[in-house]
Design a binder for this molecule. Structure first.
Ligand code: ADP
Ligand code: MG
Length: 671
């Protein structure tokens, strides 16, 4: 069936995007589908178009769309209505009358799309009401919410699978931007997808420059403030690790530009108004906990900053995916330090009480409901630990909770395994995230590999691929002393691969382990060594992970002779200053007596600067400070890459003024 005419007539798009057509064909033909494509790839169309095509062919009337968030539902519904389609929504934000009207319209076949919140399907009689007409199809958006293995798990999604069989023979499409193979399997099983067509595509984002910066916690707010100060860095989302952190940071950022916090601790009218203001462009920066941004469609987000290490690569990838949906260059900056990982580990210890605690609770329970408070007293257990233990038992299906606070055993006794598996899974997720942050490698390649895409093409944009274009990090040439140390490390490795700790001991370079790590990072970035995570099981049966360093063929050659071509990541102390080094007064450039040519060039640069400042209506130092201008005159860079090596010239300056400055330095006339 040719779907192109319908695509043009209804949605006004002249062509399918990559992979959309194949998905639409499968679903239109009545197959179940699992669709995993990144945020912004255009997944919605993959159920919307087939819904219309199926209805036109007489296979049902309405597409039933399950969606986890009101804002997301409203956004999609408004777009469809604007395209002239008949749409209704049923969620808790609407009146009973609206819901009743929606049901009537549905039953009388007047709707093309009906959006429902997942908890509706638990309302007695509601699924049966839907089943009185066969839907054209059922779409489950943000389907990863169904899986306890993913992030964003929503208990309301768990019961979805029970009501879906009533709506057959309608095909079901599950859509998500984030699903590792385990989560994919879980979605298929829980929704009861029958021999689904699998489409898992497009995790590479070509316009996203990812930077990872090691920075201690107390310095992060200031760093973020400076990073977001240039207008071009906004709109931006900053993900904060806690509500308190989000509130504090939003307040600080608010002193420079419009910023607001968004988290589950705020009333929903406030949250909605923050989201709307951000979507409309009235608010430039949102500082959010993970609750923000699922499914929102704002095309021009220029920066996403993580103020702390996220708990999983899946969550991280989805969050950075909100930047640059318009295809224009955008940046994602992750701030982390070893302390972040320890905080996550302490959360895990808190959230997953020891099995012995769970056993103690189980021993007090029986098949009858008992009041939880009384049980906790009897066990003399800390109430927090007690309630988490009960919650975990319930999650494993071993205990059941009543609305009045009663607890009883279900009789399922095999929960130990499931509990340990869940905990191990969370640990592994954290481990992957930490390894992502700590390993010098192409950031984008590492991400797409995580999602099962094996093509390891380098992105050319991240802090690994393009260190000189990095905005959150700075790199420097190694000093002669460091050159020696670098070569010593390579020579040690020539004898064979080493674990990091042993390599540090054997190569006996000066300095502490941190200094050593910087050298190693530089070698990895230059492709002279490669690092990998290895795991073995020790005598006590525990998994131990260690980092192995191997010399690459290039590294083998370099260990003997020739230039190393290594750039070293600068200590994080220098980072926070980088963004403002032009506006603030830079360190005075030590100036040997200038040559005549240099003085002339300086004069021409000053004249150009004056014009430029007048055009922008800003003081001259906004264009270039005197010190930077003199440094440029002294170095006379003929190319942008030479210009970028001058202290005080960042990528933004180079972008704005690089061409005229270099032309002047080459002695060419400019306007
Ligand atoms: P996802 O759900 O995958 O995050 P959406 O379905 O919200 O993405 O689509 C993102 C944007 O892409 C929307 O603004 C949508 O209108 C647009 N879009 C989708 N398909 C096409 C297409 N074939 N041509 C042009 N724009 C499209
Ligand atoms: Mg979507």
């Amino acid at each position: 069936m040719n779907l192109l005419p319908l695509l043009e007539a209804t949605f006004g798009f002249s062509a399918f995007r990559e992979n959309q057509e194949a998905v639409c064909q499968a679903l239109t033909a009545g197959r179940d589908v699992l669709l995993v494509m990144p945020t912004g790839a255009g997944k919605s169309l993959c159920y919307q178009l087939p819904a219309l095509a199926r209805a036109a062919a007489g296979h049902g009337t309405t597409a039933v769309v399950v969606s986890p968030l009101i804002a997301l539902m409203d956004d999609q519904a408004a777009k469809l209505a604007a395209a002239g389609l008949r749409v209704a929504r049923i969620h808790s934000g609407l009146s009973r009358d609206d819901a009743r009207q929606a049901c009537r319209d549905y039953l009388e076949g007047r709707l093309q799309f009906l959006f429902i919140a997942p908890e509706r399907l638990r309302v007695p009689g509601f699924p049966e009401m839907l089943a009185r007409r066969t839907p054209a199809l059922v779409a489950v958006d943000e389907a990863h919410c169904i899986s306890g293995w993913g992030h964003d798990f929503r208990p309301d999604y768990r019961t979805l699978g029970e009501s879906l069989p009533l709506l057959r023979p309608a095909p079901i499409i599950a859509l998500t931007a984030t699903a590792t193979p385990v989560v994919q399997q879980d979605i298929v099983e829980q929704l009861g997808l029958a021999d689904p067509a699998l489409f898992i595509h497009g995790f590479r984002r070509d316009n996203l420059a990812i930077e990872v910066v090691e920075l201690s916690k107390p310095r992060r707010n200031e760093f973020i403030l400076k990073f977001l100060t240039p207008v071009a860095a906004r709109p931006a989302i900053v993900y904060a690790p806690s509500r308190k952190a989000a509130d504090g940071l939003a307040l600080e950022l608010g002193s420079r530009f419009s910023a607001a916090a968004y988290h589950a601790g705020l009333d929903s009218p406030i949250r909605e108004s923050v989201q709307r203001a951000f979507l409309d462009g009235r608010l430039e920066v949102v500082v959010a906990t993970i609750a923000f941004g699922m499914g929102i469609d704002k095309p021009n987000i220029r920066t996403v900053i993580h103020a702390a290490l996220p708990g999983s690569v899946e969550a991280y990838y989805q969050e950075i995916g909100r930047a640059g949906r318009d295809g224009l260059p955008s940046r994602a900056v992750l701030l982390h330090s070893f302390a972040d990982r320890r905080i996550h580990e302490s959360f895990l210890v808190r959230d997953y009480p020891p099995v012995e605690d769970l056993d103690r609770v189980v021993r007090q329970l029986n098949a009858e409901f008992q009041a939880a408070d009384a049980l906790c007293d009897r066990l003399a257990m800390d109430p927090g630990t007690f309630s988490r233990a009960v919650e975990k038992l319930a999650a494993q299906g071993a205990a059941q909770l009543a609305l009045d606070g009663g607890v009883r055993l279900t009789g399922l006794s095999t929960w130990h395994f499931g509990y340990q598996r869940q905990l191990a899974h969370r640990r592994a997720q954290l481990e992957s995230m930490a390894a992502f942050a700590e390993t010098a490698q192409c950031r984008m390649a590492a991400l797409v590999r995580h999602f099962g895409d094996r093509a390891a093409r380098l992105c050319g944009r991240c802090d690994f691929c393009a260190p000189l274009a990095a905005e959150a990090r700075t790199f420097s040439e190694p000093t002669p002393g460091q050159q020696c140390d670098l070569r010593r490390i390579l020579q040690t490795l020539a004898a064979g691969p080493r674990g990091i700790a042993r390599l540090f001991d054997e190569s006996s370079v000066g300095g502490d382990r941190r200094t050593f790590d910087v050298l190693l990072d530089g070698l990895a970035r230059a492709g002279l060594v490669s690092l990998s995570s290895e795991t073995f099981t020790n005598a006590e049966g525990r998994q131990v992970t260690w980092r192995k360093v191997v010399l690459t063929p290039e590294g083998r050659t370099a260990s003997v002779s020739g230039p190393l071509g290594v750039l070293l990541p600068q200590s994080s102390a220098a980072l926070a200053q980088k963004r403002t080094k032009v506006a603030a007064s830079p360190e005075p450039v030590p100036a040997p007596a200038p040559s005549l040519a240099q003085t002339e060039l300086e004069g021409r640069l000053r004249a150009w600067r004056k014009d430029e400042a007048a055009k922008a209506g800003k003081p001259a130092f906004f264009v270039l400070s005197d010190a930077v201008l003199r440094a440029v005159a002294a170095a006379a860079p003929g190319s942008i890459s030479q210009l970028l090596t001058i202290n005080g010239i960042g990528p933004r300056k180079a972008d704005l003024y690089g061409a005229p400055i270099c032309a002047l330095c080459r002695g060419e006339q400019t306007i």
